[in-house]
Structure formats: C-alpha cells, structure tokens
Write a protein that binds this ligand. Structure first.
Ligand code: AGP
Length: 631
C-alpha cells in the first residue's frame, strides 16, 4: 500500500536514477501514480505522474524536466501511490507540499482525522491543492515552523496530532541537510551506507544500496542527516519522548540483486512460479530430523510444551495466506487430531470467539508480515492472552516482531502481487508443523520418516509438473479466452477445497473475471443452477479416497452441458480414460495429503496465461497492491 523512498547523501550527485530505480522496486506496493521531489539549491522541485514508475518515469527525461540533469544534489524523496483518499491523478500523487512549496512529504498509510485538521488549517489560511489525507501533514509542519518551531519540533508536534497510520518521509528547503521520518502502523526502514542513508517502506528498495538497515518500530522517528564528512542518524520516540534510542542494524547476508530482477523471465510472476521447487527445498532445509522422523522448527523450540499440550489451533491470515492456513488446518486435523479454526484476519479482530486462550495457540500467517488486518489480529490476540506464533516470510517485519515466536518461510523476495511461491513456502511450514504436532500425539517414528521422505520428493514433483504441463495449460487458457467462457468455478473435496479457493483467488486477481470456488459436493445445493455451456468447472480430483464421489459430481456437471477441466493424477487419469473429459495429469503421490503442493501449480499457470492472453499486467493487477497495510 504505497511505496516510499528517500535518499540523502553527502556525495552530491543526480539522485534521480537511484530514486526511479527504487520506485520501480516498490511498484508492487502501489502503482496508480508516482512522483519525486528533490531539493535543488534553495528550490524544491517535484514531478508527478499517473501510472507506474516503469511506465511513466524515465531518468533522463525526469532530470531534464526537473532542470537538474547535470546538477548534483543531496536529497530526494519519491512515492508510488495506491489511492485511498482521492482518485489516482497528478493532483493527488505524492510528494505533497505546503503552501510555499518548501516542505515535501511522502506518506504510506491513512490519516483518519485529516478532515478536522484540514478545516483548522484552512481557517489559518492554508491553501490545499489535493484531495488527499496526506497533504495536511505538510501544512501542519509549515504552520509549526511559522509559529517559531524548528523543522524537527514542528514535525514531531504535527505527527502527534495525527490519528491513523503512517510511514512518513519529509524534507524542507530550509533544512537541506536532513530527511525526517516517522512510523506508526506502516512499515518504514532506513539503510545505512557509507555516504548515503536510504529510507523506504520495504527492504527491497534499500537492498540495492546497502544490506545494512534499521527498521523503525511504531512510535519511532529518525533524523537522517548529511554532513561534510559523512552521514549520521538519530532515532527517538514521539510517544514517550525518548531520544537517542540505540538500535542494532539488521544485516542481510547472501543477498543477490538477482532477486530483484526478472532474470530470463518476462514477468516476476512467471519467475516466482518457476522458483517454487527451489523455494520449497529452502523452506524445509534443515528443519527435520530424518532419523527421528520428526520436524525441527528452531523458532518454536522454546514453546514445544505449549504445542505438545495445545487442544486447539487458531490461524489468522488474509487472502493466499488464509488459503494456505486452511490447507494447514486439514493437515493438522488429519495427522495430529487437533481441531484447527482458520480465521480471516479482518473478521477475527471483531469476532467474539468463545475459546479460552488456555491451551489454544494462534498462528498468524503472512508473506509480507505487514498486513494490517493480520497485524491487528495479533495485537488483539495478545491482548486476550493467546500465545501467538508467526509463519512469516519477510524477516524483521512487524508481525514477525510482534508474535511470541515463529518460523520464517524463506520464500525470498516475492514481487508479483499475486502470491505464488509464498503460498508453497507457507504450505511447506504447515507440513512440518503438522508432522511435529502429530509426532507429539502418536505418529510413530517410521511414519514420520515416510512423511519426511515424501516431503523431500515434492520439489522434484513440482519441477516435473512445471516441465510437463506448462504448454498444455497455456494452450488451454488461450482456448478458454477464445471460447469466451463467462463463468468459472474451481471445485474439489477435502484438502482440495482450500486449493480451489486459492485457484479462484489467483484467477480473479489476474483476469478480473469473477470466479467461484466450492466444495464439489456443495454444487448440487445451489451453485449447480449456473452451470450451462458457457461455464467452465475446474475440478481437482487426484485418485484419493473421495475420487469415486468426485466422479459422480462431474457427471452431474456434464449432464447440464457445462465444460470441464479435470486435474487428476496418473492413476485417476487411467480411470477416466475414454471419458472424453479434458484431463490435466499430475504425478501420483503415495500420500494424498501432499497433492496441494502440486495441484496448485497448473492453476497458477492457468490464471497467468489467461491474464496474459487478455493483455493484463500479470505482476501488477489493477486495484491491488502487494502489501495491504490499511485495514
Ligand atoms: C495473494 O495473491 C494476494 N496478493 C493477497 O491475497 C495476499 O495473500 C494477502 O493480502 C495477504 O498478504 P500477506 O501474506 O502479505 O499477509
């Protein structure tokens, strides 16, 4: 939800190319409009455009338009917007400025009381030039300075007046040696280079500059200052008024810039889908003991007693992470016999769940670790006394920090807005967690060993699926687009239900076409009414214990004239031979509980190719942002 960048350096140069490339790395956070502001001598210059930086910002052209092509300077800030207040337009794009065009601000979050503040400022004579909530902050600081305060004091006083969430970066022509930043509820970190400090709303935009960074906590602010002999920073807290807070920087080792590029692929999504075999390998690496037939989840080691005695598991998550949690729920209930309740985070917070926190453990699942609904759920759960654990991808993210303990999913940086490899990695953790819980509740060591050996084989199976079905699924997606399919449903039973949900989510976000997902047996209780020759039903039915029932249901669909695509395994395909059905065949697995890891792959590709065929941007679907940091 919006991406912020700010660079301050004591080695003056044209920072425009660095600002633009950072904004490109942040496009997944918002891409409806974008802008840059720089301090050139004693003038604040700004450029704003509607569209994504990679489409509308070109280094040379922006430098020329700002009139700084050959002039070195030391401060610049930039922003990618995901509109909340005010439609996407140049007028509403950040950076926003005060009346005198001296103070520029970029903001990620939502200022809830902006209308009251705006009215008061207008009475003081301030003139607003956008419909955004953000602009009030520039005018509040301007007013503070007018009232005789320093830039820093005016900034601090202004942010204490704000209700809502913010990650902010502000610069002023009258204090051209510093950027002020602050965080409450929206992620914000700054990187520490030799001659530069780089603030951004995600490490993705910092890592090309430096692998050493500090992440601010809620209530913290920082002054990033450039001096003759280098750069310095100081951190304080605007709530408890503490100053000079010492924080240890995070250092990301073994980071490769390749993670931020598409490499040989045409899109990040395509790359991320193909990374899934290696991601799963990395997720599970070193996290099981083959001899003992057990999982070894280092992050949860201090809580083994809690897990061993837990009577119920709660998961909270959104979107894809919720779908992964539901697969996890089936795994845990089947293998360990512990009831699992998977809650959508935006609902969980406001629900009265009649569960005592005693003997109930809560897992918050999130790729970004910044999703506001999930983060707020964790806060609420902690307040109610639950033990909270995280299954999170981004190291050091807000959720990772807030939970009592947790496991990182190690998916690497996921840039495509449609989550793919993060899903596989979340499933990887759930397989291990289910194993751990099951071993504590009667699963024998040999059974655990068999489970591990099957899990170890899964990356290879995913690889095979990618190799064998990609062409078929591409052609099939093309055919469906040509056929002008009006309605699509993803269906399955048991563990295949949450996979169907994930398939429908991928399809909707990428194609902008409404897609349903139902337990297959539920079709006859209502949704069957929509089946006709313009509908496609994609059914997940490898040969497992519910295969015969599923066969029955697909005949019902066929009899109503509906089109069908059946995703089944080699054994299932043998049984369906001669049926005249469209089959997409995946490998047969010994343990049917592992099918989600391979059956989702063709469905990700189906959504991908369908979307491409329609000419959509697969990495940046309309109206969506990668990290949803507003509630
Ligand atoms: C998935 O394709 C979506 N982009 C979305 O549903 C996402 O999974 C959801 O917003 C949760 O994000 P998180 O995992 O970062 O918390």
């Amino acid at each position: 939800m919006c991406g912020i960048i700010g660079i301050i350096t004591n080695k003056k140069r044209n920072l425009v190319p660095e600002l633009i490339s950072s904004l490109r790395n942040l496009e997944y956070r918002g891409h409806d409009s974008t802008g840059i502001a720089v301090i050139d001598g004693n003038t604040l210059k700004r450029i704003r455009r509607v569209g994504a930086p990679s489409d509308v910002l070109e280094e040379g052209e922006v430098s020329r338009e700002l009139g700084i092509e050959l002039r070195p300077f030391s401060i610049g800030i930039g922003h990618n917007r995901w509109a909340t207040h005010g439609k996407p337009s140049e007028r509403n794009a950040h950076p926003h400025v005060d009346c005198e065009n001296k103070i520029a601000i970029v903001h990620n979050g939502t200022i809830l009381n902006y209308e009251i503040l705006k009215k008061a400022l207008m009475l003081e004579g301030h003139v607003f030039s956008s419909d955004t909530d953000t602009e009030v902050v520039a005018h509040l600081i301007e007013q503070g300075i007018k009232d005789g305060k320093s830039f820093l004091d005016a900034f601090l006083e202004s942010i204490t007046l704000l209700e809502g969430s913010f990650g902010l970066a502000v610069c002023s022509v009258d204090s051209p040696d510093r950027i002020l930043i602050a965080k409450r509820g929206s992620p914000l970190s700054f990187g520490i280079g030799k001659d530069s400090l780089v603030v951004a709303s995600s490490a993705n935009a910092i890592l090309p500059h430096t692998n050493t960074f500090i992440t601010l906590e809620d209530g913290e602010y920082a002054e990033l200052v450039s001096e003759n002999d280098g750069v310095r920073y100081s951190i304080g807290n605007f709530v408890d008024k503490s100053i000079d807070i010492a924080k240890n920087p995070t250092v990301i080792e073994n980071f490769s810039l390749d993670e931020l590029s598409k490499g040989e692929y045409g899109s990040f999504m395509e790359k991320e889908v193909h990374e899934q075999p290696s991601v799963l390998r990395t997720t599970i690496l070193g996290r099981y003991d083959t001899k003992a037939g057990d999982a070894v989840l280092g992050g949860l080691i201090d809580y083994e007693d809690k897990l061993a005695t837990a009577k119920q598991i709660l998961t909270v998550a959104c979107g894809t992470a919720h779908n992964a949690s539901q697969v996890g729920g089936v795994l845990i209930e089947t293998l360990a016999g512990i009831p699992v309740r998977s809650e959508i985070a935006s609902e969980f917070r406001y629900k009265k769940i009649p569960l005592s926190p005693k003997r109930v453990v809560l897992f918050a699942v999130s790729q970004s670790g910044e999703t506001a609904d999930t983060l707020e759920s964790v806060k609420e759960a902690k307040r109610k006394g639950y033990e909270t654990f995280g299954i999170v991808n981004v190291v050091g993210s807000s959720i990772a920090k807030m939970v009592d303990a947790g496991v990182y999913t190690r998916a690497g940086i996921e840039i495509g807005v449609a989550s793919t490899k993060a899903f596989i990695s979340q499933l990887g953790i759930f397989y291990l967690l289910a194993l751990k819980l099951a071993r504590e509740r009667g699963m024998t060591a040999p059974e655990g060993q068999d489970f591990i050996s099957e899990l170890e084989e899964m990356p290879e199976h995913i690889q095979k699926v990618l190799q064998n079905i990609e062409e078929q699924i591409r052609d099939y997606a093309k055919k469906c687009v040509a056929q002008n399919i009006q309605t699509i449903n993803f269906l399955g039973r048991g563990i295949h239900v949450p996979v169907s949900n994930e398939a429908a989510l991928k399809f909707k976000e990428l194609t902008y076409i409404e897609a349903g997902s139902y337990p297959l047996g539920e079709l006859k209780h209502g949704p069957m009414a929509i089946i006709d020759e313009k509908t496609l039903s994609v059914v997940l039915m490898p040969k497992d214990e519910v295969f015969a029932l599923s066969k029955n249901s697909i005949e019902q669909i066929r009899s109503k004239g509906g089109d069908l695509l059946i995703i089944t395994d080699v054994e299932g395909a043998k049984e369906l031979e001669g049926s005249g059905l469209n089959l997409l065949v995946i490998p047969t697995l010994k343990n049917p509980l592992f099918y989600p890891l391979i059956e989702i792959v063709p469905l990700q590709l189906f959504a991908y190719y369908y979307s491409r065929e329609l000419g959509h941007n697969v990495d940046k679907p309309r109206n969506l942002a990668k990290s949803v940091t507003v509630e």
